[in-house]
Design a protein around this ligand. Structure first.
Ligand code: GTP
Ligand code: MG
Length: 342
């Protein structure tokens, strides 16, 4: 066999690198490519079909997987069995399930009416709450109030923790946080220190910041709330062409999935804001729809539509909640943040 000299050198150069790789211990959650018959190309195909990790694959039928991934039924069956093995899919009893739910906590909005709308205690952990509405409807104000309230002790409706505020539009206002903190009789400087703000400059950066948040929590930061204001603005601006809608939705889908995973893994509360666009097809009622459509809607656990009401009030309406009635509430944005009465 003739050995190409260059290749030989290349092999030599690669050796120490390869060794290093082995000695470095990587703790990595299993992903699609860890399954037999699923390489990067098939994994990419699955992602575009909305399958990002083992769980949705494990519960697919071989025929559906074979269709989505473009692999044979036999390969599909093997991959499903392997995924079920890795996940150790089975039944968990009611006690186990209840234990997992026992550490769920709530963060008050500052308005009793609003908290009632969400079931009584405010925003739930291990869940995504989405507020959508026109400009000036109070989405950012709600976020800023929540960032302060998260720091309250548990008996006062808080979670005794810090907030991460991912700001995509440059709307975070330290002075406004101080005002809201003063309204609660808290030390404004201390309150501000417990809010970790990151400006996301584009959608890729916005996605990358989620990993950072995960790392901070693992490093011991007591983060209880994550705010993304706005969830969709970058995606909307970057994928504005007609032909780009599918790409945008796929990226958003991935992002929502990652958000939910973060909320579940670390037991945190996620609050996202979303804009609306005119929907000329709607003949009755309010002719506006949330950006991101069903992708965002289905991934959000609680979805609230905010609008201006009478006499400077704001109205929040709960949309399509799986366990709560579709009610409305009235609240006000004041100097002290979100409250019941002006
Ligand atoms: P976009 O981000 O533009 O889509 O809007 P948004 O829904 O985030 O609106 P935002 O939460 O910024 O609400 C702005 C409104 O809140 C203002 O028009 C005011 O009515 C109200 N607001 C903001 N700050 C104060 C304040 O200090 N005192 C009072 N009374 N109202 C305030
Ligand atoms: Mg805003």
């Amino acid at each position: 066999m003739v050995v190409n000299k260059d290749e030989e050198i290349l092999e030599e150069e690669l050796k120490p690198v390869a060794k290093k790789k082995v000695t470095k211990k990587v703790e990595k959650a299993p992903d699609l490519t860890d399954l037999p018959g699923i390489g990067p190309a098939v994994s990419a195909k699955l992602e575009s079909a909305g399958v990002f990790d083992l769980m949705p694959l494990a519960v697919m039928s071989p025929a559906a997987l074979s269709d989505a991934a473009g692999v044979s039924a036999a390969v599909a069956r093997k991959a499903i069995i392997a995924a079920r093995d890795i996940l150790d899919l089975g039944f968990s009893d009611g006690m186990e399930y209840a234990k997992k739910r026992a550490d769920v906590f709530y963060i008050t909005t500052g308005s009793k009416n609003f908290d009632e709308l969400l079931g009584g205690k405010g925003l739930e952990s291990r869940a995504i709450t989405e507020a959508f509405g026109a400009f000036g409807s109070g989405k950012t104000q709600l976020g800023l109030t929540l960032a302060v309230n998260t720091q309250l002790p548990i008996e006062k409706g808080g979670a005794n923790g810090k907030t991460v505020f991912i700001d995509t539009e440059g709307t975070f206002r330290p002075a406004r946080i101080k005002q809201i903190a003063e309204g609660l009789g808290a030390n404004p400087e201390k309150v501000l220190k417990n809010i970790l703000v990151a400006r996301a400059f584009n959608s890729d950066h916005q996605m990358l910041l989620l990993d950072k948040v995960g790392e901070m929590i693992k490093a011991g930061e007591p983060i209880k709330l994550m705010i993304i204001d706005s969830l969709t603005a970058h995606f909307r601006a970057e994928y504005s062409g007609r032909g780009q809608l599918a790409d945008r939705q796929q990226k958003l889908n991935r992002y929502m999935h990652d958000l939910m995973k973060l909320a579940e893994t670390h037991n945190i509360t996620v609050f996202v804001t979303n804009q609306v666009m005119a929907n000329p097809a709607q003949l009755f009622g309010d002719p506006t729809t949330a950006i991101g459509g069903n992708i965002v809607g289905h991934a959000s656990t609680y979805r609230i539509y905010l609008r201006r009401g009478k006499q400077g009030s704001r109205v929040g309406k709960l949309i399509d909640s799986p366990n709560l009635p579709d009610n409305e509430c009235v609240f006000f944005v004041t100097q002290d943040g979100i409250v019941d009465k002006a």
